[in-house]
Unconditional design. Structure first.
Length: 169
């Protein structure tokens, strides 16, 4: 569960009565795609012929660029989640990160889903020992555009408990 029961109006688009601008929505999608892509190799190493997670990440970016409709990006997200379903460990979490990224065009709050699953994927791979998750989280924060930096960090603090506490300091 990565979505809160009560939505933060700053993460609801203006057209749906919230405060999130289209520009910031696109930045969230691009950041989520970056988070997912950073761990995608953990999926592709085990399943090199399954392109669904990569296609989901590409769809998130294409939506942000205006060349893919929201429903098409969301569908790609569902396909990536389908790729994850039978798996375990780092590969599963990496595919889930891609699926979440592709769903940001539909619900902006999926951005933290992509980030949280990417951290879980890195932790499961454990390449840097017990600090792997923190290193991944810090890398993600370095990628955040300044325009949405405070919004995302405040949201991480708010939703940390429902995102498996992966954003803890």
């Amino acid at each position: 569960m990565i979505l809160p029961k009560v939505r933060d109006p700053r993460l609801v688009t203006i057209r749906r009565g919230g405060e999130l601008t289209d520009e910031d929505h696109r930045l969230l999608a691009l950041w989520a795609a970056d988070c997912a892509e950073h761990v995608l190799h953990l999926f592709e190493a085990e399943h090199p012929s399954d392109t669904r997670p990569r296609e989901a990440i590409e769809a998130a970016r294409a939506w942000a660029g205006g060349s893919v409709r929201m429903m098409d990006a969301r569908a790609r997200g569902g396909h990536a989640m389908g790729a994850a379903r039978p798996l375990r460990g780092a590969a599963r979490c990496a595919a889930c990160a891609a699926g979440q990224a592709a769903c940001v065009p539909h619900v902006p709050e999926h951005d933290l889903g992509a980030a949280a699953y990417a951290i879980k994927a890195a932790r499961a791979a454990g390449t840097a020992g017990p600090t792997t998750g923190r290193l991944e989280r810090d890398w993600q924060r370095e990628q955040l555009p300044e325009r949405i930096w405070a919004l995302v960090l405040e949201d991480q603090a708010r939703r940390n408990a429902i995102c498996w506490s992966v954003f803890d300091d």
